[in-house]
Design a protein around this ligand. Structure first.
Ligand SMILES: Cc1cc2nc3c(=O)[nH]c(=O)nc-3n(C[C@H](O)[C@H](O)[C@H](O)COP(=O)(O)OP(=O)(O)OC[C@H]3O[C@@H](n4cnc5c(N)ncnc54)[C@H](O)[C@@H]3O)c2cc1C
Length: 359
């Protein structure tokens, strides 16, 4: 097999892949960053970034690009219980040892914009980006991987190392026999909506009836009311009700949450609703011969929800480059796993603000 030879091929240009590509390209590596999609592209996601993400986004050099559109800053989250009680957590209430607030706000940014900015940063750092390049298979022969794309239009590539950043259904992990079946059977429906009443400067999480929905305002209140609405339901119980009528199901479900009553009269879906399932992945190992898994390809989604408690993917990705750097002297699997745990454990302060009950 032929194809240009790179130091590293990164499969998947989501936050994990693009961030890894930026750091490695900055370090002087020859990087190929491939993705089957053409950017900007949408991704089912609640589109909320914890306050811990912003320093990483600054370090990646994308804050100016993101701020080209008015940025939605969230002051915290409100959690609505099935019985009507509400708990509010304020980011600013999280204090460091000196008593000063650690964070002011989180962000809510459409993934089409966030991921494009991260991809452009990787390209700007020197990574060679190939869009509409879908990995079909890969094989390690002697000291280099041969990556074969699907379809004749794309060229194969070769790389001394591979970073699998191809998301929760990682083709790399499956092709190399590293994936284990997911145990969590949930379906997520993600819409962009306008007209939801009572939105403020807080994200919202509503829990009721074995379903939950997250609301993340995507525009500053003064500029508009575009809102991400991410509903997660049981696949076994609700899956058959969704088929062929995702948007109707979403709207019907929203009306069942006590905290949304009276707020939906003018609500309308304004973008094609995205659906995803199999939200959880498990892998046998996080690294292998000349291989590293990052982002969702490596990380069991602990909550699988649009959760304020989930550490941002950017955070995981920013740490992943260190492991990739170490891969020049490929570490034993056990130490790689240890390092991953040490660097990606959820940052408690990102949502440890003292809550107050409003219900
Ligand atoms: C419903 C839901 C809500 C969520 N809400 C939040 C939230 O509010 N905040 C948060 O921080 N996280 C949230 N997450 C998690 C977040 O979306 C992921 O952690 C994040 O997208 C992982 O980034 P990644 O780069 O690892 O993978 P992805 O963003 O999934 O990117 C993987 C990329 O790989 C590409 N790819 C896949 N297969 C191939 C192939 N064969 N060849 C080439 N390219 C390929 C895809 O096109 C894609 O661009 C949510 C997840 C879900 C499902």
């Amino acid at each position: 097999m032929t194809g240009r030879l790179y130091d590293v091929a990164i499969v998947g240009a989501g936050p994990a892949g693009s961030s890894t590509a930026t750091y490695l390209a900055r370090a002087g590596w020859q990087v190929a960053l491939v993705d089957r999609a053409a950017f900007p592209r949408d991704k089912p996601c609640a589109e909320y970034l914890s306050p811990a993400a912003e320093p990483l986004l600054r370090d990646l050099g994308v804050m100016d690009a993101l701020a080209a559109h008015p940025l939605s800053r969230l002051l915290g989250f409100r959690i609505y219980a099935p019985g009507g009680g509400v708990i509010q957590g304020d980011f600013a209430a999280t204090k460091g040892s000196d008593g000063a607030a650690l964070f002011a706000s989180g962000l809510a940014v459409p993934r089409s914009r966030l991921d494009l900015a991260l991809l452009e940063a990787a390209a700007g750092a020197g990574a060679e980006v190939r869009e509409r390049w879908s990995l079909a298979s890969l094989a390690l022969e002697e000291d280099c991987y041969h990556l074969q794309p699907a379809g004749p239009a794309s060229e194969p590539i070769r790389a001394r190392l591979v970073v699998a950043a191809d998301g929760v259904h990682s083709v790399v992990a499956r092709r190399l026999g590293l994936a284990r079946p997911a145990a969590l059977h949930k379906v997520a429906l993600v819409a962009h909506m306008r007209g939801i009443g009572g939105l403020g400067d807080y994200g919202e999480m509503h829990v009721a009836n074995r379903r939950y929905v997250g609301l993340a305002p995507l525009e500053p209140r003064a500029r508009g009311d575009l809102c991400n609405v991410a509903l997660v339901v049981d696949e076994a119980r609700d899956g058959c009700k969704i088929a062929g009528r995702a948007e109707a199901f979403l709207l019907e479900s929203l009306a069942t949450f006590p905290g949304l009553r009276g707020r939906l009269a003018d609500a309308a879906i304004v973008r094609k609703t995205l659906a995803t399932s199999g939200l959880c992945t498990h892998v046998r190992r996080l690294s292998g011969a000349r291989l590293l898994l990052v982002g969702d390809a490596a990380t069991p989604l602990a909550t699988t929800i649009p959760s304020p408690a989930r550490a941002s993917s950017g955070r995981c990705a920013a740490h992943s480059w260190r492991r990739a750097s170490a891969a020049r002297h490929w570490p034993p699997v056990t130490s790689a796993r240890w390092r991953w745990r040490a660097t990606t454990a959820p940052t408690r302060p990102s949502f440890a603000g003292s809550g107050r009950s409003r219900g």
